[in-house]
Design a binder for this molecule. Sequence first.
Ligand code: ADP
Ligand code: GN1
Ligand code: MG
Length: 367
Amino acid sequence: MSNLNESANAPYNFHEILTHFNIEVLPSSYGNGHINDTFIVHAKPDYILQRINKNVFSKPEDVMENIQGVTSYLREKIIAAGGDPDRETLTLIETKEDLPYYKNENGDYFRLYKFITGATSYDLVENPQQLYHAARAFGKFQNLLADYPAEKLHETIVNFHNTKVRFQNFVKAVNEDAVGRAKDVQEEIKFVLDREADCNVVVDAIAEGRIPLRVTHNDTKLNNVMLDNVTGEGVCVIDLDTVMPGSLLYDYGDALRFGGSSGAEDEKDLSKIWFDMEKFEAFTKGFLEELTSITDEELALLPFSIKLMTLECGSRFLADYLAGDVYFKTHYPEHNLDRCRTQFKLVAEIEAKMDEMNAIVRRLANR
Ligand code: ADP
Ligand code: GN1
Ligand code: MG
């Protein structure tokens, strides 16, 4: 069941939309993102058409201003380094009206990107090497944006990784119990409530100046990076809707939340879900190779950040389940609950392996 307002099959007038981009071919649904409606346009060259999710991004113009700013900045840096900007960053196609999006009469926002060729975005990790390459790509992305003027960036989702606020919102969703589901998920609710103190750690460290704010991606799922079909190396970091000031720990932790799992985010059989130390080591190695500017305080929090981002994501899935599936795209009624359960299984696994993970980080960092 998709959210009523966000169905990928909604009857958009594609002909009318694409006319504004001077394209005559009709698109078809594409990819497995949880937020926007994504379509492929086979038009020589191919394009990606997206409808921005207005329920999630209340100011689509701000999102597009951020993406325009970041991609043109990256484009210059890639050209200066002798790279291929059409593959190594997203390329926005402007409309006939010289805008980076088209707004139709229903107030929906559509954007068109060049399709990144010869590369794949993976919904499931196939081997640790993919994580090594993804880590290098996300690390490089942060390095390229290290001097980007952060004050130019809009906060497209306010308090996106503010885990204190996320915790409060979770408690609110439990108390509201909008669709009467809370009684059946008491164990899962308790799992989050027992971990309230964890939600303060990184937010407090930032507020007290113990760890720096950087320009970060904030949504570093493996399927948000494209890996080269031949070499396996990272080609391009995509899904730039949440590029904002944040912590390096958010990008690292979120990537391993997804990439460190043995299985799918919505796997129903929890015996198939564990935290894979080989994947953890591969990603950490790649990340540290790129981000040599990492501070001792950040380094010490790397393993904890995986637990934190996994707890955050699990509690967001559970809060959405309690609210009646209004945020993430879902394909059946228990989808958000299944997703939340894999996340909590991983949190418990990470807690048990924390000492071992800290030792591996210290060894890899040689500090
Ligand atoms: P969401 O915010 O819904 O996750 P994404 O921007 O991540 O949307 O796009 C969904 C999927 O579409 C990606 O995981 C990727 O597979 C594919 N995709 C997006 N942009 C491109 C692109 N420029 N070239 C090739 N594939 C893309
Ligand atoms: C969403 O957009 P997508 O599918 O790459 C979400 C992330 C979650 C992720 C969980 C803007 O990512 O924060 O971690 O789902 N993006 C937004 O799979 O909320
Ligand atoms: Mg995505």
